[in-house]
Structure formats: C-alpha cells, structure tokens
Design a protein around this ligand. Structure first.
Ligand code: ADP
Ligand code: MG
Length: 463
C-alpha cells in the first residue's frame, strides 16, 4: 500500500515541471551517480551513495531522498556540495538540490539506477593531479598547442579531429593531455574520457587477444567520448596493434567522438606507421610543442617556486638554471628539485656557487649546444626532404647527400662519437659516418655550392 501511494505521488511530482522533464531528470541523475561512483570509489558508493534516491523535481528544484536521518547525516557533509555542483553542471535548468529524509523509502527497495558501464574507466591510466591547465605555463613555443588543447577541452562539440600534439621528450605533451582530461571531467562529467599510453593500449589489446575477448576490447574503446593515446610512436611497426588502433580511430571519428594523440615526432615523420593511418592523423590539427626559450624556462621555474613553500632560491640562480638547462622541462624540474633537496640536506641556502657544484654534470651535458636531432631537422628543411629520410634506407642522391651533410655537421658540431651518430641516422654503422665525413670534406673543395650550403646551415644552427 505504501508503495502505491509513493509512486502516485512520485509521478505527479514530475508532471508539474515543464522545464526539466522526468526523463531528462532521470538521465541527469544517472550521470550524477555515475560520476559520484568514480569519485567516491566502489565501497563508499555501495554502502552509502547508492541509497540516494531521486525523489522529485519541480521548477528546477531537485529533491534527493534517503531512508533515514542516519544516512542523511553521513552523506550531507561529505557529498552534499558535490551533489549540487554535479547537478548544476549537468543541467542548466537546475536551481537547487536538497537532501531530505523520506520514511516511505524504508519499505521501498531503492533501485540502484547506476549503469554498470564504467568498466571502460579501468582501461584509463590515472591522471596526475599536477598536470592541469592552471599549472601549464604558456609561451611562444607552446601557445598554439595549448590553445588548441584548451579549446577542445572547453567544448563538447568536435570541431577538429584528431588533435595531434607532437614534440620532443619532456616538453609537456603528457601534461597537456592530462589537463584536457581534467578539464573535461570538470566541465562535462558525463563524457567518457579515456586516456592511456600507446603502450598500454597495445598491452590491453594483446591481453584481449589472449583471452579471446577482442569484442569486449573493441566495445570498450568505441564507447569512449574522448579517446587520448599518449606516445603513439610506440605502435610504429607493431602491425596488428596499429590495425586495431586504426579501426578504433575510424569508428570513433565516424561517431564524431574526439581523438587526441601525442607523438614524439610529426605524423609525416612517423616511420613504421601505415600510410592510411598516417594520413588520418593529419586530418585534424597537428600542433607542435617547440623547444623551450629562455623566457619560458624562467617562467616555469618561477611558477614551480611558487608551489614550493619554505624554500628560497635566489633570482640569479633561477636565471642561471634557465640559461644552462636547455634540453627540456623535465630536466629543468629535476635540476630544481635536486637543488632544493641538497640545500635542505646540508641546511644551507642555495647560492650560485652551490648550484654549480650540485649540478655540474647536468650543466656540462647541456653545454653541448647543438643536438644531432636539430642538425637533422635543419638539414632536412634546407634541402626540402623528409626528416624521416635522415634515418631511412633510401639511397637516392637527393636524400643521400643531405644525409651525409647532416652526418658531417654532427661530427663537427657535437661531441658525439661516430657510432652514436650512426645510431641516430637509422642505426647505421660508424664506417658509414666516417665515409660521409670524408666525402663531404672533399666535396667542399670541389663544389662551391656545397661549401655555401654548409656555411648557411652552420650559421643557422648557431642561432
Ligand atoms: P612529455 O610528455 O612531452 O615527455 P611531460 O608532459 O611529461 O613531457 O612534461 C615533463 C615535465 O615538465 C612535467 O613535469 C610537466 O609538468 C613539466 N612541464 C612541461 N611543460 C610545462 C609547461 N609549459 N609548464 C609547466 N610545466 C611543464
Ligand atoms: Mg609523455
């Protein structure tokens, strides 16, 4: 009897509202619960939050009920605010959310309406709480890619697909991807965001093959709203993983789901990636994170200092670091951490002198000005060939000569050994490098245009 009365009351309650229909309210409620389950974890959810019941909704005023004061007193201080913000963020028609005790519920078996579809999140890798947009310092080397990332994170519409973020190691690719994921979770908790490394993608795929559950695997990924794969260069040459990724990619793009991919080089330079996948990667926006500038490095150091409480590092030391540690941001951060740890250990403030002592190995490594990668890039640009041809097996003169020039410059301008240089040029033998060097040396004498090219390239690389 009580049940009957209750449901009558329930139906009427909803009919009164024109703005937020019953169906809509239930839909939103499912999403709220779904999100709460993720945030609170299974145990808390099952023991407490799953007893929450959507009681009514009139003129945008939501009433959530629990069966006793005991539950209300536990839930309200812990999840009351979150409950409200989730409702409001998911439906603009919601004006207020209140939690009440409804005695009727004691006899009613509250239905757990949460869908069991969050298993996809087990595929996701955890996100680093520090990798947010707020902590990402923007400057000329990364402002384009940061703007693209923020744009994607702030709108549910898929305007460009995929977003490819590429750049050298330690320059912020992973940081930006996590930032996108955090922002989407905050703005649109109902969207399913899946973030994982290409390595983990492969691992999951191989496991699905082994357990003969590739259907499950496919469905999991294809139900994502936003799929992010970090370090996609990892699947180069891994053909069946690549094939699977390609199909997942197409399926998601067809449903207008967002795809975001990072890579340590541009799609055009990804060797061992099938042409069709390479060309798909170029469909949307391909954004490069460039090498850092002095100003960006200093900005990042200053912002890290703001985070480090009780620690004072003089301005001239920060400037010194920004000047000397140019390789990438990860190393720069590492240097700062080492300094701070050292000063706390010995109980002395950081000075320019102690900095030099503590970091001499890093500083020396960074003094090596030009890198082979930069040389390869500049030479490829100069001769309008692909960067990948620096390491490809192609022997056509149009690519072989620039490659020899790049090897020659690597020998001249860096302190790397011949075998090291050979390895960077597609795993070539050191004798090949030796041959290239002597070939270019003699060409400089015979051919003045080669001498001019070299002059120009060297000047370029010095800047
Ligand atoms: P990648 O994935 O490109 O190798 P990461 O995203 O892991 O690089 O970045 C390396 C480190 O540098 C991280 O700790 C990250 O927080 C930091 N970092 C990179 N770019 C920035 C930036 N623009 N502002 C602040 N920190 C940054
Ligand atoms: Mg990374």
């Amino acid at each position: 009897m009580i049940n009957c009365v209750y449901s009558f009351f329930y139906v009427n309650f909803f009919n009164g509202d024109a703005m937020l229909s019953e169906n809509k309210a239930h839909e939103v409620w499912e999403q709220v619960l779904h999100q709460l389950k993720i945030e609170a974890g299974d145990t808390v959810f099952d023991n407490w939050l799953s007893y929450l019941n959507l009681n009514g909704c009139r003129n945008g005023e939501i009433t959530i009920s629990v069966k006793s004061k005991f539950y209300k007193d536990w839930i309200e201080p812990r999840y009351g605010n979150r409950l409200k913000t989730l409702w409001v963020s998911l439906s603009k028609d919601v004006k207020s959310v209140s939690l009440i005790v409804d005695d009727n519920l004691i006899n009613k078996n509250v239905k757990k309406i949460i869908k069991q579809d969050d298993s996809i999140l087990s595929f996701s890798s955890p996100l680093d709480a520090n990798y947010t947009f707020e902590k990402f310092i923007v400057g000329p080397p990364n402002n384009f890619v940061a703007a693209a990332a923020e744009r994607i994170a702030d709108t549910d519409e898929v305007t460009f697909n995929p977003l490819v973020i590429y750049g050298g190691v330690g320059l912020g690719k992973t940081h930006l991807m996590h930032a996108i994921a955090w922002r989407i979770r905050e703005n649109s908790p109902q969207r399913k965001v899946v973030y994982l490394s290409a390595e983990k993608f492969m691992y999951q795929f191989v496991r699905a093959l082994r357990e003969q559950d590739t259907m499950g695997f496919k469905e999991q990924f294809r139900s994502a709203d936003v799929l992010m794969i970090d370090d996609v260069q990892f699947i180069a040459g891994k053909n069946s993983t690549q094939e699977e990724f390609f199909h997942t990619f197409n399926a998601l793009v067809d449903q207008s789901k967002q795809i975001i991919v990072s890579s340590d080089r541009s799609p055009a330079d990804l060797e061992g990636i099938e042409e069709r996948l390479r060309s798909r990667l170029g469909w949307g926006i391909v954004a490069e994170i460039h090498q850092t500038t002095y100003e960006l490095r200093l900005g990042i150091l200053q912002s890290k200092m703001d985070d480090l409480k009780n620690c004072d590092i003089p301005k001239n030391v920060l400037e010194f670091l920004a000047q000397k540690i140019t390789s990438n941001i990860r190393e720069l951060e590492g240097a700062l951490k080492r300094l701070v740890a050292h000063s706390q250990l010995v109980g002395r403030p950081v000075s320019l002198e102690s900095t030099y002592d503590v970091l001499h190995d890093l500083i020396r490594a960074n003094n090596r000005k030009v890198t082979i990668e930069e040389i390869q890039k500049k030479v490829a640009e100069h001769f309008s060939i692909r960067l990948s041809d620096m390491s490809s097996a192609r022997r056509a003169r149009a690519v072989a000569r620039p490659r020899q020039i790049a090897m020659y410059l690597s020998k001249q301008l860096t302190s790397r050994s011949l075998p090291e240089i050979g390895r960077t040029f597609g795993g070539r033998d050191h004798t090949t490098v030796m041959h290239a060097v002597s070939r270019i040396e003699s060409l400089i004498v015979e051919d003045s245009s080669i001498a001019d090219d070299l002059e120009l390239l060297k000047r370029n690389l010095d800047n």
